[in-house]
Design a binder for this molecule. Structure first.
Ligand code: SF4
Length: 238
């Protein structure tokens, strides 16, 4: 399929979603559009990120949207044994540490009164826990094709060493002309009763389990795809 995005014709190859689909079943299409736009933008400046550099996977909260959380829940439950148990054990270990630090509930039962400054302070505390992403294997992403939007968009142009402490060092990223995560949150709010905010990846499975009934609902896929794509390419979005 070919789409007009910001005045350019962009060719997209993606599997056709079912006639009625859950929001997470639209992710392959949205990722294909996102990847096409990332490919164009990434050619503009040298990027420091390389295979084996996993600083961002080792400490950052990795915020994921509700459809992505549900996709990860389904992905993990479909893994063959003993891989599934090993990944679940990593999730449990990291989530337990987040709960023990009192940092899981602010994400799971989001208080709308939390200010942007408080959000940054919470993110800093999560960072200080040094939670390693459960999908990181030998410094490589084991779900690369299905990694969250925030990972796809982490295209750093400052030295890779800056990512060891992004709260202290300047970490510059390539600006991208699409906002699939913000659009995913807007679609979640419009279509489901699940909360339209992101949660750290290590509690994504718990979040998706809590909101399973909302996140498993299906919608006419062509209508949802049209809305989602319109939102992600809107120049008014952040
Ligand atoms: S999903 Fe992959 S890229 Fe994202 S933090 Fe985890 S290991 Fe890193």
């Amino acid at each position: 399929m070919e789409l007009g995005i910001h005045g350019e014709r962009v060719k997209i190859t993606a599997p056709q979603p079912p006639h009625r689909a859950r929001l997470d079943e639209l992710l392959p299409l949205i990722r294909a559009i996102d990847d096409a736009m990332i490919g164009r933008s990434a050619a503009s400046e040298p990027i420091s990120c390389k295979a084996g550099c996993s600083a961002c996977c080792r400490a950052q909260p990795v915020p994921v949207t509700p459809p992505e959380a549900n996709a990860l829940r389904r992905l993990v439950s479909s893994l063959p044994e003993p891989r599934r148990s090993a990944v679940l054990a990593r999730f449990k270990n990291a989530a337990d540490r987040l709960h023990a630090a009192g940092l899981a509930e602010p994400f799971l039962t989001r208080d709308p009164a939390v200010s942007p400054e408080e959000s940054v302070a919470i993110a800093r505390k999560v960072y200080d826990l040094g939670l390693v992403c459960p999908f990181l294997d030998n410094d490589l992403c084991s779900i690369y094709a299905e990694r969250p939007f925030v990972c796809r968009h982490y295209l750093v142009t400052t030295p890779a060493s800056h990512c060891d402490d992004p709260f202290t060092n300047e970490v510059r990223r390539i600006p991208l002309p699409v906002t699939p995560a913000a659009a995913a949150l807007a679609m979640t709010e419009r279509k489901t009763r699940a909360p339209g905010y992101t949660v750290p990846l290590v509690i994504a499975l718990e979040f998706a389990e809590r909101h399973k009934s909302e996140l498993e609902r299906t919608y006419p896929s062509s209508e949802v795809a049209r809305e989602w794509v319109a939102k992600m390419v809107s120049e008014d979005d952040d």
